[in-house]
Design a protein around this ligand. Structure first.
Ligand code: GLN
Length: 296
């Protein structure tokens, strides 16, 4: 393929950027397309933002141009940018993603940051548990922040565990992975007591599919997203039972939630013997609940 076949006017950076904006701004908005370009230049050419800003007149190799061509086609098909480059950055950790795991979201980063500010830096070993770990992003970010912590991460999907393990290794985070179904009533773990239990479980109701974007519906794994309309809190129920058994009496429970079910999720947690607090995300939507055990 030559430059003309690729529809790029030239292999000059300025022209590549204009074509991306021309073809994608209508779909994503100019700001987001600018961010995509920054991510692609970083992934394909290891250029940082400053280099991109100051190299508009530079040209790139034909083989690199081809990669931009395919990236543009993929973005037109709503393929997530994180799948195109193969990773995302989460709390300063590079996390590989694939269609087997949910792409880590900025809302989830907020929860991790809140946890990091809430748990005082532990002097002795603390035990942390991440349920429905997916890519492993939460567990890895916590282990990086608290190197002395003993971190266990659980997921039902063997393919997700494989990616999470690779992510842990690439980030130098020693994590104990367990492949298990947390909905299974016989689910038990060692160590038996954790100082923190965190989870971003599936919480999107089937009836919410209609209002979801194609890049989520077509590319994120349904297993990590959806719950039945008639039992949308099934994972929180299971997490509550696990926390009753495995959370230290002074321990902290933190769960990401469906913004439309915050009150119901809180009510369930109260019934299960916790004192919950709802937290809003940066968009002002109820996004996570932190809870302590009610001490009798
Ligand atoms: N926040 C995700 C989304 O709607 C869902 C995450 C989840 O189900 N845990 O895109």
């Amino acid at each position: 393929m030559n430059t003309t076949d690729l529809r790029f006017r030239s292999n000059r950076v300025r022209d590549i950027l204009s074509l991306f904006h021309e073809e994608l701004d209508g779909m994503y908005g100019g700001g987001e397309v600018g961010v995509f370009c920054e991510m692609l230049f970083e992934a394909f050419l290891s250029w940082d933002k400053v280099r991109l800003l100051t190299s508009r007149e530079q040209t790139i190799d034909q083989s690199d141009l081809l990669r931009f061509h395919w990236a543009l086609e993929d973005l037109k098909q709503s393929r997530p940018i994180q799948h195109i480059i193969g990773y995302t950055d989460f709390c300063g950790c590079r996390i590989a993603v694939s269609p087997d795991v949910l792409i880590p979201r900025p809302e989830t980063e907020e929860i991790v940051n809140w946890i990091l500010h809430t748990i005082h830096y532990p002097l002795s070993t603390i035990h942390l548990l991440d349920l429905c770990t997916g890519s492993g992003c939460i567990a890895i970010a916590l282990k990086k922040a608290f190197p002395k912590a003993d971190v266990t991460a659980v997921d039902i999907s063997p393919a997700a565990i494989e990616i999470a393990r690779r992510n842990a290794e690439n980030n130098g985070a020693d994590i104990h992975f367990v492949q298990a179904d947390i909905l299974d009533p016989s689910f038990l773990l060692s160590p038996s007591s954790f100082h923190l239990i965190v989870s971003n479980p599936p919480y999107v109701m089937e009836k919410e599919r209609a209002k979801m974007q194609r890049n989520v519906l077509d590319y994120d794994p349904a297993l990590a997203l959806f719950v039945p309309d008639d039992d949308p809190l099934r994972f929180y129920h299971a997490i509550g039972i696990i926390a009753q058994k495995h959370l230290d009496k002074e321990g902290l429970l933190a769960v990401e939630i469906n913004e439309t079910l915050s009150e119901e999720t809180c009510a369930l947690m109260r019934e299960q013997g916790f004192i919950p607090t709802i937290h809003n995300d940066f968009r002002g939507k109820p996004r996570w609940i932190s809870a302590k055990k009610k001490l009798s």
